[in-house]
Design a protein. Structure first.
Lengths: 294, 154
C-alpha cells in the first residue's frame, strides 16, 4: 500500500501536477508519526502509512492557498476537506486528494495502558463510530491489500454515551462539565488543531469587544468551550483531533457528538458528505422545528 | 440600621425573599421592540425585570451575546423576533431559529437550566402577548432561582 502511495506522490511531483505533497513520515522516536511537506520527487521515499497516522492533514491546506497541493487523506480527513470546499476555503482544482482506505488509527494514550499480552490494538474511540473506510472524496484511491485488523464498530447507537449523559439531571450535568471545564488552561490547542477553525482572527483573541474573560476563570472557560462547539455546529466531522490535542483531557468529542446528534435529529443533516450541499447554518427550511419558541 | 438588620443571616434571608430576577431581552427592532413599545403605550402592566437590548433582527443575535449574559450572572435571556415569514429582512429569523435550537440544547446538555434561555416571536401589534410572555418568563425564572453557577469562588 505504501509503495503505491509513494509511487503516486512521486509521479505527481515529477509531472508537476502538484507543487507540494502533504503526508506522513516517521517521527524521530521511531514509533509515532509526524506530518511532512515534500516538494522534491526524490524525497517521497520518506512517506509512510500505518495506523499511527493520526493527524488530520487537511488542517495544513489553508496555509498553502493558491498552490497546487497533493494530500494524503483518510476518510475523516477527506470529510473535512469537503467542508472546506463547501465553505469556499479551497478550490477543488488546487488539491489532489490521495485517498487511503483506513481501518482505524490508534490512540497513543490508550496504547500505553494496554498490556502487550492482549490482542487489542488500542484503536481510537473516534474510529468506532466512523462508518466509511473509504474517503467520500478523492482523486485516486489507494486500497488496502489483504486483511487488516479493523477497529471495532459501535454497531447499535453511535450516540449511546450522549443519550446517557442527556438523561442526567441538570445539576449533575453542570457539576460534571464544571469539573471538566475547570481544568481548561485555554491553550487553544483544540482550535489550532481543528481543520475547520480557520478564522484569521479568532473571537477569543479579540479584545475590542472582549467576548471572553481572559482571566483564569470558569466563566471564561465555559464561554470558550461553548463558543468553540457552536462555531463547529453542523460542520464538525468528528475527526477527534481536538480531544487528542487537549493537554488536560476534556472530552470535547462528547460535546461535538451531542451537537452532531441534534443536527441529525432536527435537520437530518450530516456534515462533510457532499461539497454541493449548503452549509447547515447558512441555509434554512420553512419547517424547521420551533416548538421551543413561544 | 439595627444590629439584626445588618447580621449576615438577616441579610441572606432578606436577599432570598427580595430577590428579583434580572432578565436581558434581545428584541428585533421591527417587531418585538415595537410590540414592547405598544405594551407601554397601551398601559399594560408587566414585571419590570427585563432589560431590553434593541437589535436590528433576531438573526443579528450571536450565541455569544447569550453566553456573555449568562456567565455574568443574568438570570434569564430572551431572544425575540418577528413571526416566521414577517422578517423585515425576509429570512433573518429563519437563521436565528436554526442557530438557537442548537444552542438551547447544548446549554441544557452542559447543565444550564433550559428556562434561562428562551425565544419568542412577537409582532408589532402583539403588545398583550409581550406583556404575557414577560410575566410568564419572570415566573419561570423565579422558580429556577438566581443564576449563581458562574459566581466567583463557587
Amino acid at each position: 500500500m505504501i509503495d503505491r502511495i509513494k509511487k503516486k506522490a512521486e509521479e505527481l511531483l515529477r509531472t508537476k501536477q502538484v507543487d507540494l505533497i502533504i503526508g506522513y513520515k516517521r517521527a524521530p522516536d521511531g514509533v509515532s508519526v509526524a506530518p511532512v511537506f515534500i516538494d522534491k520527487a526524490e524525497e517521497t521515499k520518506e512517506l509512510i502509512w500505518d495506523t499511527y497516522c493520526v493527524y488530520n492533514l487537511s488542517n495544513y491546506l489553508k496555509d498553502f492557498r493558491g498552490r497546487k497541493i497533493g494530500i494524503i487523506a483518510k476518510a475523516c480527513d477527506a470529510r473535512s476537506i469537503i467542508v472546506l470546499l463547501q465553505e469556499n476555503q479551497l478550490k477543488r482544482k488546487d488539491i489532489f486528494i490521495i485517498g487511503v482506505e483506513c481501518s482505524g488509527i490508534v490512540d497513543e494514550k490508550k496504547l500505553l495502558s494496554i498490556s502487550p499480552q492482549t490482542s487489542e490494538l488500542g484503536f481510537d474511540e473516534r474510529c468506532r463510530s466512523c462508518k466509511p473506510s473509504k474517503p467520500p472524496i478523492y482523486d485516486v484511491l489507494i486500497v488496502q491489500e489483504g486483511q487488516r485488523p479493523q477497529a471495532p464498530r459501535l454497531e447499535k447507537d453511535p450516540y449511546g454515551s450522549v443519550r446517557k449523559s442527556e438523561a442526567k439531571s441538570i445539576s449533575e450535568k453542570f457539576k460534571l462539565w464544571q469539573e471538566e471545564f475547570s481544568r481548561c488552561i485555554r491553550c487553544y490547542a483544540c482550535r489550532q488543531i481543528c481543520p475547520l477553525c480557520y478564522c484569521p482572527r479568532c473571537v477569543a483573541d479579540q479584545t475590542q469587544p472582549s467576548w471572553l474573560s481572559r482571566a483564569h476563570s470558569f466563566r471564561g472557560n465555559f464561554t470558550w468551550n461553548v463558543t468553540r462547539a457552536m462555531h463547529l455546529a453542523g460542520r464538525c466531522i468528528d475527526c477527534g483531533e481536538c480531544e487528542r490535542a487537549c493537554p488536560v483531557g476534556i472530552p470535547l468529542r462528547d460535546i461535538n457528538k451531542k451537537i452532531e446528534k441534534d443536527v441529525k435529529e432536527l435537520f437530518n443533516y450530516e456534515a462533510g458528505l457532499s461539497a454541493e450541499q449548503k452549509a447547515l447554518l447558512s441555509c434554512f427550511d420553512k419547517n424547521d422545528p420551533e416548538d421551543f419558541i413561544r | 440600621m439595627t444590629a439584626t438588620e445588618g447580621s449576615p443571616e438577616r441579610k441572606r434571608g432578606k436577599d432570598k425573599k427580595d430577590w428579583e430576577p434580572r432578565i436581558v431581552g434581545f428584541l428585533c427592532k421591527w417587531c418585538s421592540y415595537a410590540g414592547a413599545d405598544l405594551a407601554g403605550t397601551s398601559r399594560l402592566q408587566y414585571p419590570p425585570n427585563i432589560r431590553i437590548v434593541r437589535v436590528p433582527c433576531s438573526g443579528r443575535v450571536n450565541p455569544l451575546f447569550v453566553l456573555k449574559c449568562l456567565v455574568n450572572g443574568i438570570d434569564g435571556v430572551l431572544v425575540s423576533g418577528c413571526h416566521i415569514g414577517d422578517c423585515h429582512y425576509s429570512e433573518g429569523n429563519f437563521y436565528a431559529r436554526r442557530r438557537f435550537v442548537i444552542l438551547k440544547r447544548l446549554l441544557e446538555y452542559l447543565g444550564i437550566d433550559p428556562r434561562r434561555f428562551q425565544m419568542s416571536w412577537i409582532s408589532a401589534s402583539e403588545g398583550d402577548k409581550w406583556a404575557r410572555v414577560v410575566k410568564e418568563l419572570v415566573e419561570e425564572i423565579k422558580q429556577a432561582g438566581p443564576n449563581t453557577e458562574f459566581r466567583k469562588g463557587i
